[in-house]
Design a protein around this ligand. Structure first.
Ligand code: ZN
Length: 667
């Protein structure tokens, strides 16, 4: 299942100042001799990246490292995932080639859909608006200094990932469509590449019929069932018994509908993937300590040939237990993308285990019993400190997401897999993605968001350093092991039975997140971290909560949003107790918004101690009444806090969202 385990602060990251970025230097005067060398300071970095997407170019200006507002050859990144000019055609001898100059020139001007033929103008305008809702955001893996073995693994796995994208396109019924979009229709090509479908998907354009990568073409029937059965509202009901199998498509046979295993339906493509996985396995030396990864690659290759995904799952779980430095999940998993939610979608999540998270685990593990005792004391009777395990998710730094894992906007930041079978029954593996929203653009967006809500003094303590977020993420996940959890019973009843599923789920997350706030102080007192580190984490955690509050308390179908509600409860408590204060007159740190928050860090520990005790005691005693009271006060209340939540939402959501693009840095 995909879920927002612990979504980072930035659910809505993007380029700050998109369209209004740094001012380009004045263009050369017309009297300039015609042979003057082209300059690369005529478009801001944010505009360059957005316009490169509008021209369907797999190019990205990483960062203006030397701060000269000029694109330098070593700042240009080529992106993974779609075809474009080869890098050595763009840069030669450390300088840009005339071929790059020709590519750069059109990017100095804003894309103008009104220049399109009248009949196509509405479509081009809509496509531009679609792309404008997702700012290209770089996920870059630095391979400089990587071993030959690692480079070989990456080469084969990314080749397999490209093939997986094709299989997923077949599942979506869109394979071959990109070739039908003219090369000159770059807005359409980019929409198709980003969305993996010809229709628009961003919030402001998804219902606009003009917004289509191919004029007049809507969402095609999926490739998983015969096109002719996909009519009306109830056609999925036919997909029962063998037809509902997760790893088969449905085809028309002699006797009606029948299931056809993926390995038959997509035989040639899956075989090609298996070959790459075998090659990746072969690249790992027999005596290497990545033997478990090698075994998974081999088992996955086998599954791509025989459809036995459960055997691959066993090797996959073992790879996690063996402490591989890699994370790879390749195969069919989630079902949300297709109308019947039955057929597992092919995807790749390829990542490296975050080394900082391993350090944190090793630091916290010896303290687990002491942390459990501290929490048990706050929880009070009848809860007793127990012998706790220390099962943490894998914290992973994404290299490439492909197929069903590659979202048009935003990204899955937590996932538990597999969805079925004995490995799933045994708990499966849970991952938290730690490198998304940590790039410089996302950091800038985050600081822009917090500067619109914090007053200057608090904003000064706000850090976008990924290390700060990592610590609190690890503390949150560690806390799921501590105190009363899902297995804990009060008078024979589990939390689900006492509180009901949604409330129980919210409380478990509220426990984990409040414990993260509490344990940061606790660790500082124990001398395990500095007071400054604890303080930095508090401010960051407030920003994290603001990001969730901005997403609203209930989904469109009325179900409670777990992280939003816990955030509103925590921040509401801090507000009610004077830790989080609102000054309606003061200017926010951005200098433009009026009214801003300050955090009284001196008052923080005592109030958090009380909140932690309240949450733990409610779980320990099964106190439904108290949790209902908390929800009534801080989630559903119509008071000053509710007004402030609306302010948080309005200011936070101004930033456009991130559309992640991937790159492997080799030089
Ligand atoms: Zn959690």
């Amino acid at each position: 299942m995909k879920h927002a385990l612990l979504a980072p602060v930035l659910l809505t990251a993007a380029l700050a100042g998109c369209g209004g970025g740094k001012k380009a230097k004045a263009p050369a005067p017309p009297v300039e001799p015609p042979k003057a060398a082209p300059t690369y300071d005529r478009v801001s970095r944010a505009d360059f990246n957005q316009r490169a997407a509008e021209h369907a170019l797999p190019l990205f200006w990483r960062s203006d490292a030397d701060g000269d507002n000029t694109l330098d050859p070593d700042e240009l990144v080529t992106l993974w995932g779609w075809d474009g000019p080869a890098k050595d055609a763009l840069i030669k001898g450390g300088g840009f080639t005339p071929a790059f100059a020709a590519i750069y020139e059109p990017l100095t001007k804003a894309t103008d859909p009104s220049a399109a033929p009248a009949a196509d103008r509405a479509r081009q305008t809509a496509l531009l608006a679609e792309l404008g809702q997702g700012a290209p955001t770089l996920v870059e893996t630095d391979l400089r200094g990587a071993s030959a073995q690692d480079l070989a693994i990456i080469e084969h796995v990314t080749k397999a990932a490209a093939l997986v994208e094709q299989v997923h396109a077949m599942q979506n019924g869109v394979d071959g469509m990109l070739a039908k979009i003219p090369a000159t229709d770059t807005l359409a090509r980019m929409v198709f590449i980003r969305n993996q479908t010809p229709v628009c998907q961003a919030p402001k354009t998804e219902t606009d019929p003009a917004c289509a990568a191919i004029a007049g073409v809507g969402k095609p029937p999926v490739g998983l069932y015969p096109a002719e059965v996909q009519t009306g509202d109830t056609w999925c009901e036919q997909m029962k018994g063998p037809l509902a199998d997760h790893f088969s498509v449905v085809v028309k046979g002699a006797k009606g509908l029948e299931a056809q295993p993926y390995t038959v339906a997509y035989k040639a493509q899956l075989e090609a993937i298996a070959v790459e996985l075998d090659a990746a396995a072969a690249a790992i030396a027999a005596d290497d300590d990545e033997a478990a990864f090698k075994s998974y690659l081999t088992a996955a290759a086998k599954a791509f040939r025989d459809n036995d995904w459960e055997s691959a799952d066993v090797a996959w779980a073992a790879m996690g237990d063996a402490g591989s430095k890699w994370y790879l999940r390749i195969g069919p998993d989630e079902v949300y993308y297709e109308p019947c939610a039955l057929k597992a979608g092919f995807h790749v999540s390829f990542a490296r285990i975050n080394p900082g998270s391993v350090e944190w685990r090793d630091r916290l593990s010896p303290l687990k019993d002491k942390m459990e005792q501290a929490l048990a004391k706050l929880a009070g009777k009848p809860y007793k400190a127990r012998k706790v395990g220390f099962r943490l998710p894998d914290f992973i730094d994404i290299v490439v997401n492909a197929g069903d894992s590659r979202s048009n906007i935003g990204a899955t930041i937590g996932q538990s897999l597999p969805n079925w079978g004995k490995v799933s029954d045994a708990g499966g593996r849970t991952v938290v993605m730690t490198n998304l929203y940590t790039d410089p653009d996302s950091a800038k967006t985050l600081l822009g968001q917090t500067a619109s809500l914090f007053c200057a003094a608090t904003q000064e303590k706000m850090s976008a350093d990924p290390a700060v977020a990592l610590m609190t993420t690890v503390l949150h996940e560690a806390a799921h092991n501590l105190g009363p959890s899902h297995d804990y019973k009060v008078k024979g009843k589990t939390d689900d039975a006492i509180f009901g599923g949604p409330m129980a789920a919210m409380m478990e997350e509220l426990k984990a997140q409040t414990s993260a706030l509490y344990l940061a102080e606790w660790l500082a007192k124990a001398g395990a971290i500095s007071g400054e580190a604890a303080t930095a984490s508090h401010v960051r955690d407030v920003a994290w909560s603001f990001g969730h509050i901005a997403q609203g308390m209930y989904s469109s179908s009325g179900s409670p949003k777990t992280y939003s509600q816990l955030s509103a409860s925590e921040m509401g408590t801090l507000f009610a107790n004077g830790v989080l204060t609102w000054d309606p007159e003061a200017k926010a740190a951005n200098g433009t918004d009026t009214g801003c928050f300050e955090i009284d860090l001196a008052a923080w520990p005592a109030v958090i101690d009380k909140l932690e005790a309240r949450v733990l005691a409610a779980k320990a005693k099964g106190d439904v009444k108290d949790m209902n009271a908390m929800r009534a006060a801080f989630v559903d209340g119509k008071d000053a806090w509710a007004d402030l939540r609306a302010t948080i939402t309005e200011r936070w959501l101004r930033a456009p969202k991130a559309s992640f693009v991937y790159s492997l840095r080799r030089e």
